[in-house]
Ligand binder design. Structure first.
Ligand SMILES: NC(=O)c1ccc[n+]([C@@H]2O[C@H](COP(=O)([O-])OP(=O)(O)OC[C@H]3O[C@@H](n4cnc5c(N)ncnc54)[C@H](O)[C@@H]3O)[C@@H](O)[C@H]2O)c1
Length: 258
């Protein structure tokens, strides 16, 4: 058990990769707070954590609200005793041609994927700085490694996550807090179902076709499932990564290699 006695917050933990990582952390001994817009789905994940013998807390939460981030951290420390791990995962996508992307759409992507992620990390690092230990894992994407014609706002937001990860890592290194990022590829989650629908509408394809087209070009021969990111997420939360900070790791079947 690599995370025995640790307390984690997983934002967007009610679905997809957040849920898989929350369950993976519980398997390694951690208690986990599931913070998500969707309270019912968050509670269902907490029920799964508790069935594994862990403590859990489902919090209805909007990452775009900096005060909600502070309140979430305070409640976690109050009810579970401390905060050791943040899996900073809540995120949304947008498939739009460059010339049709509106200011509101741009702002919404950045409010969730960048501003929310930053202020969540800022809130979480307060107890971590005080206890002089902690691990923050930010969720980027292969979209942060390269541009895509129909994905400009999302790509920019996920590239910014890589930059924020490096700055936070430098700011928090003197306090014994490690900050790293994961960059998943094409993962079969509700997020990609929505992305697939948006691609299909723009490209005149049937729903499901964009997903299959992308899958055909993945060197390891398949798309990803949420569980593919769990071993790396556990490594970055556990003692094996104590000398690792400021890094972004791809988990994407060989699509990008940079
Ligand atoms: N699915 C992919 O192919 C893929 C690839 C690379 C990166 N990512 C990133 O991984 C992360 C998780 O994606 P997923 O595919 O598991 O998605 P998902 O849609 O299955 O889960 C995302 C969760 O985030 C929650 N959420 C959305 N906005 C929120 C907000 N404002 N406040 C709190 N919670 C909010 C949703 O309710 C949902 O439970 C996202 O940051 C996404 O950008 C996904």
């Amino acid at each position: 058990m690599q995370l025995e006695g640790k307390v984690a917050i997983v934002t967007g933990g009610a679905s997809g990769m957040g849920r898989a990582v929350a369950l993976g952390y519980a398997d390694e001994g951690a208690d986990v707070v599931i913070a998500d817009l969707n309270q019912d789905a968050a509670q269902a994940v907490v029920d799964e954590l508790q069935a594994k013998g862990r403590r859990g807390l489902a919090v209805r939460f909007d990452v775009t609200d900096p005060q909600a981030c502070k309140d979430l951290v305070a409640r976690t420390v109050d009810e579970l005793g401390h905060l050791d791990l943040l899996y900073n995962n809540a995120g949304i996508g947008l498939i739009k041609p460059v010339w049709d992307t509106t200011p509101d759409e741009w702002d919404r992507i950045f409010a969730v994927n960048v501003k929310g992620l930053f202020f969540m990390a800022q809130a979480a690092c307060e107890p971590m700085r005080a206890q002089r230990s902690g691990k923050i894992i930010n969720v980027s994407s292969i979209a942060g490694r390269r541009g895509e014609a129909l994905v400009v706002a999302y790509c920019a937001s996920k590239a910014t996550v890589i930059s924020i990860t490096q700055s936070l890592a430098l700011a928090l290194a003197p306090y014994g807090v490690n900050v790293n990022a994961v960059a998943p590829g094409v993962v079969d989650t509700p997020y990609w179902k929505e992305v697939d629908k948006q691609f299909a509408a723009l490209q005149g394809k049937q729903e499901g076709e964009p997903f299959r087209d992308v899958a055909a070009n993945i060197p390891l021969g398949r798309t990803s499932v949420p569980e593919d990111v769990v071993p790396l997420a556990v490594f970055l939360a556990g003692p094996g990564s104590d000398y690792v900070t400021g890094q972004t790791y791809n988990v994407e079947g060989g699509m990008v290699m940079s």
